[in-house]
Design a protein around this ligand. Sequence first.
Ligand code: GAR
Length: 210
Amino acid sequence: TPRVVILISGGGSNMTAIADQVSAGMIDAEVAAVICNNPEAAGLQKARDRNIPTDVVDHRQFASREDFDRALMASIDSFEPDLVVLAGFMRILTAEFVNRYEGHMINIHPSLLPKYQGLHTHQRAIDACDTQHGVTVHFVTEVLDDGPNIIQAVVPIFDGDDAATLQKRVQQQEHVIFPIAVKWFVEGRLRMVKNAAELDGNKLPSTGLQ
Ligand code: GAR
């Protein structure tokens, strides 16, 4: 059974969306561990409630990004994952880290990449008067919030939306598309080949729906 390690920093709603599909038998995988950089994160308790092994690697205990990433790699590797899932993991990763899991690590980013890399994506989409926004699951490569797109979902932006209402609408779609990407990967249907994502051997569009 393919082993999945999920990295979180916060509430863990994407982690539970994936873990609950695994428990329900909809995804044939094992959530080998949930690893978190923040000992206070609410998601840790949600993992414990589901009897998923957890580990905390607190970035504040390390002098450098390199030291933190090495400790994180040691933790991840101890669970022998086939897939590493960044589910709201809010740390920038070193090239050494990214290279180690290349082709085996996916991330969710709350925008229609390549639009709005970085933070505050919902507010930025509103400020730009965009009429739609969304979320992207992508393979992680050395460039932050870059890397080949796997799946996107689009949501409308309505008059009167603020960042909170828009984030809520986007998150509902996150919980739909992230488990799909995990399922594709653990079934061996999804691969990264020469910096492009392939599903069933067909190259997926790299720049999304714009
Ligand atoms: C998610 O909405 C995800 O899109 C975002 O963090 C949230 C975590 O929520 N990720 C990023 O901003 C990555 N730069 P969750 O802990 O409830 O899954």
